[in-house]
Design a protein. Structure first.
Length: 380
């Protein structure tokens, strides 16, 4: 019986037919891998299309906001007259208002807002903290302190005051970066960024800068006090074409670097150890991003004064519009739109006395900062 049962067992064929039978289940993992790759590719295409769409809409909004700032207000200008003025036709009254008041303010607001928005995106991605922005970390406070000091002690105004603001912002940034390069007991990536320590150090530096500004204001004459108060409030009034040119040059140099560094920090979102294991220079890229972000914020502050909370506002708005992916370009466009609209609303729509753009951005940014604090606390 045993022999008969053994004889009845089906014989497994050898050769190619056997290989096809034995490997019959092998195509399933390959198919699943192909499906997963197709899903990832489709997700990337959708993300790319969304980013392009958001960028295009924000660019149109910026152009519209600048057109509103230049053409409307207490003194309105027609599109035809604006084109004639740009072509060199002198229209009494209108030419001066457009070329020396309205257009410089619109361009300066757009450039400064873009610089601050891009700076905020770099700080946010490097330190991975919703409160990480140059205005919270004391960069703009350092600029304000230096500008008010040279006005008080040396009587410098105009371009020297802007240069002092640039130096003050860079000095504050250097102090912050000193706290950024922390080692972890000799381990970890070289030059690792200590996010919480940077936040605390930045808040302390910002408080010191505010104290210097408050003390210096008590020593100024009435005329200089008015100048200092307007500048420290973040006003676009009186901005010159020379400052606009220097700010534009800074953006041309720094924005490509900022975009590259922002992309280089993408592996750090997976965690510092994993990023280091993948060969990504997270520490060096993070330090470079902080330097680039500080330079962008310093250039904007030197040109138009400290615009409160623009960098803080831009990044969460950009992340919401782009589905959680706040690129340097999108955050910069958000900042530009915010500053141009704030300057128009404060200068033309609220009361008889024009308000600096920084007052409006501060009024909007303070509640947002509280909301970010509450959200961060809920997330643990």
């Amino acid at each position: 019986m045993t022999a008969q049962r053994t004889a009845r067992r089906p014989r497994v064929p050898d050769g190619p037919a056997a290989q096809g039978t034995r490997g019959g289940a092998s195509p399933a993992p390959a198919a699943r891998t192909a499906d997963a790759l197709a899903v990832i590719a489709d997700l990337r295409r959708r993300t790319r299309r969304r980013l392009l769409a958001v960028t295009g809409v924000l660019a149109l909004l910026l152009v519209g906001a600048m057109a509103v700032r230049v053409l409307l207000g207490d003194y309105t200008v027609t599109i035809a007259d604006f084109v004639r003025i740009l072509r060199g036709t002198v229209i009494p009254g209108a030419s001066y208002i457009v070329l020396e008041v309205k257009l410089p303010r619109a361009l300066a607001g757009a450039l400064a807002g873009f610089a601050l928005g891009a700076s905020g995106a770099l700080f946010r991605r490097t330190l991975r903290n919703p409160l990480a922005s140059p205005d919270i970390l004391g960069v703009t406070s350092g600029a304000a302190a230096a500008a008010v000091l040279v006005l008080t002690l040396l009587g410098w105004r105009g371009a020297p005051m802007a240069i002092a603001a640039l130096a003050g912002a860079l000095g504050a940034s250097a102090l912050i970066l000193g706290f950024a390069r922390v080692g972890r007991g000799g381990g970890g990536a070289a030059g690792a960024i200590g996010g919480q320590r940077v936040i605390v150090a930045g808040i302390a530096i910002g408080a010191l800068g505010q104290a210097i500004v408050s003390g210096a204001l008590t020593l100024l004459s009435t005329f200089d006090l008015q100048t200092a108060m307007i500048w420290t409030a973040g006003s676009l009034n009186g901005v010159t074409w020379t400052r606009i040119a220097w700010l534009a040059l800074a953006l041309v140099v720094l924005v490509p670097v900022a975009v590259w560094l922002h992309r280089a920090l993408a592996p750090a979102d997976l965690g510092e150890d994993l990023a280091h294991g993948l060969g990504a220079p997270a520490g060096r890229a993070g330090l470079g991003a902080l330097v680039a972000g500080a330079l962008l914020a310093a250039a904007a502050t030197a040109a138009v004064g400290p615009l409160a909370f623009v960098a803080l506002l831009s990044t969460p708005i950009a992340r919401a519009l782009a589905g959680g992916r706040a690129s340097v370009g999108i955050a910069g466009l958000v900042g530009a739109v915010v500053v141009v609209l704030a300057d128009f609303v404060g200068g033309e729509l609220i009361g008889d006395v024009p308000l600096p753009a920084g007052v409006l951005t501060g009024a909007v940014g303070a509640p947002l900062m509280l909301w970010l604090l509450i959200s961060a606390a809920r997330k643990g």
